[in-house]
Write a protein of this length. Structure first.
Length: 273
């Protein structure tokens, strides 16, 4: 059952959720994944453009989560999973609105998750932090760079993202980190944020450029869907995209890193001593 709606509009999302519940029965799983982006220097983005990206990418999650909670509370349980990004921990240049949205998603979910725990609800809020995925977004996004955009390598196939989302659904995991690049962004930003500022100032923009000149005048989806383009899962970088990648529980990884480092130092000290 499919119902098109603008996820930035709370009323539309609520109506769509109610119609699906009426047509198919109680909703046990809800996945938030809508997004927009613009590959642009911040000063070149009009306020309305920035706001539209925020409205879809962040408020779309807010509206979806609100609707899902209202429907799931009727039968007392459910899984809500949101598609996040490694850029929700470490931003890159020329995607300020998208990165801001992904950061905001992490803060929003943490707040609501604590509320659900406090009230003892059997509803989980999970987030899957994705790396660069080969989807059509790079042909639909607004672009002001001199080259056409690409997913910043390493690139992964959409099937890896789907498996990670399904893991979050099955296990009720709080946070899942996907791909080596996401682990580097999350852990690196915890330790060396200033160094990453400088590194991404140099390399972050170039990694997002495909090497093909931007012809200009292409339609984009900031103001609405691109007409005449069929929706599909895969983009045009499949020959460079990996089907497999690391999928880890973010909380367990942090525990392993912060317990492992002192233990390693102790072991080295004992050996040297």
């Amino acid at each position: 059952m499919t119902i098109p709606c603008d996820v930035s509009c709370a009323r539309e999302v609520s109506r769509a959720g109610a119609a699906i519940a009426e047509g198919l029965g109680p909703i046990g799983v809800w996945v938030n994944c809508a997004m927009l982006t613009s590959f642009s220097p911040f000063p070149q983005m009009a306020p309305q453009e920035f706001e539209k990206i925020i409205d879809t990418t962040f408020l779309g999650v807010v509206n979806g989560t609100r609707t899902a909670l209202s429907l799931m509370r009727r039968h007392g349980r459910g899984r809500i999973v949101t598609v996040g990004s490694g850029l929700g921990y470490r931003s890159v240049p020329f995607q300020s609105a998208y990165c801001a949205s992904k950061h905001a998603i992490n803060g929003f979910l943490a707040s609501v998750r604590s509320e659900l725990i406090r009230e003892g609800a059997d509803i989980t809020l999970g987030v899957v932090q994705l790396p660069a995925i080969d989807t059509p977004q790079f042909g639909w996004a607004r672009n002001r760079l001199e080259e056409m955009p690409q997913p910043a390598p390493p690139i992964y196939k959409p099937e890896l993202a789907a498996r990670a989302v399904m893991k979050a659904v099955r296990d009720g995991t709080r946070e899942i980190l996907v791909g080596r690049s996401v682990l580097q962004l999350v852990l690196g930003n915890m330790v060396l944020p200033g160094w990453l500022d400088r590194k991404l100032a140099r390399a972050g923009a170039e990694l997002q450029k495909s090497g093909h000149p931007e012809p200009g005048g292409r339609p984009d989806n900031i103001d609405g869907p691109v007409a005449g383009v069929a929706a599909r899962a895969h983009g045009r970088f499949g020959d460079r995209a990996a089907a497999e990648g690391i999928v880890v529980d973010g909380d367990r990884l942090r525990i392993a890193v912060f317990l492992g480092a002192p233990l390693l130092a102790l072991a080295v000290g004992l050996v040297l001593g």
